[in-house]
Design a protein around this ligand. Structure first.
Ligand code: ADP
Ligand code: MG
Length: 241
């Protein structure tokens, strides 16, 4: 116990939750592209994985559908952004968005997009778009008109608004590599179940891509949503601590 914590370096500004969840596993020990390794080390400044990252990176890089449960503040964002970017590098989507991340709030969506930009800093021609309610939808459309972003992060309401009321987004989701429902328990607590089911019906069959859910808790309604959003041969990672 003490050994695992001694091995992880103290980092300035890191929350105690993040600090406590660091393990002896390093990002360098995972088979990631040079561009991703460099961004983790030089842009983000991280060396050691948190517990949820150490447990989920391997299976997610292997293409598994997964439900990942871990406490807030333990680094779940990187646990899906790293595999998502790597999957796109291995098999670039054909004139399509590669990764769709559904996030419950504007603030979280903006944070995820910011982390995705940092993580993809050394990828060639890589774009990240974020969209959420309370902004002019025409601005989203203008950005989409420049071509499908590699990663789209969106709140459920705005995403569904595009799919139901604008033509640009739908065709850009035809060759997705990965769909992420982030903070799934909050998505359901905020009443987005209907929206999510509708969004999923606009997407091509889930069997053609990797589907993941991240959540701080794993109650029955999350297990039920996993049955809808993920393929049957999914894995469940329940991070302790
Ligand atoms: P969660 O989604 O589990 O609530 P986040 O992904 O938002 O957590 O991460 C919490 C904080 O920890 C963020 O500031 C993030 O940049 C930082 N972080 C994530 N992974 C690591 C790591 N391996 N080393 C140091 N800090 C990290
Ligand atoms: Mg999170």
């Amino acid at each position: 116990q003490a050994g695992a914590r001694d091995a992880a370096p103290q980092q300035r500004g890191m929350s105690s939750t993040t600090q406590e969840s660091l393990t002896q596993a390093t990002f360098a020990s995972f088979p990631l592209s040079a561009a991703t390794q460099r961004a983790i080390a030089e842009v983000l400044g991280y060396t050691h994985c948190t517990a949820v990252q150490a447990e989920s990176l391997g299976p997610l890089l292997g293409g598994a559908d997964m439900v990942v449960k871990a406490k807030t503040g333990t680094g779940k964002t990187l646990a899906f952004l790293i595999p998502g970017i790597e999957q796109m590098m291995r098999k670039p989507p054909n004139r399509s968005i590669g990764m769709l991340v559904v996030s419950p709030t504007r603030e979280l969506a903006a944070q995820i997009a910011e982390e995705a930009k940092q993580l993809s800093a050394f990828q060639q021609n890589f774009t990240v778009q974020v969209m959420f309610g309370g902004t002019n939808i025409n601005k989203d459309v203008s950005a989409l008109n420049r071509g499908p972003p590699n990663i789209l992060v969106a709140t459920p309401g705005r995403l569904l608004d595009h799919l139901q009321n604008a033509q640009q987004l739908g065709p850009m989701l035809k060759d997705l590599r990965m769909v992420v429902l982030d903070e799934a328990d909050r998505l359901l607590d905020m009443g987005f179940r209907q929206e999510i089911e509708k969004i999923l019906r606009f997407l091509p069959a889930k069997s053609g891509r990797q589907n993941v859910m991240f959540s701080a808790t794993y109650p029955p309604n999350i297990q039920e949503l996993a049955g809808i959003a993920l393929n049957p041969q999914r894995q469940v990672v329940d991070t302790v601590g």
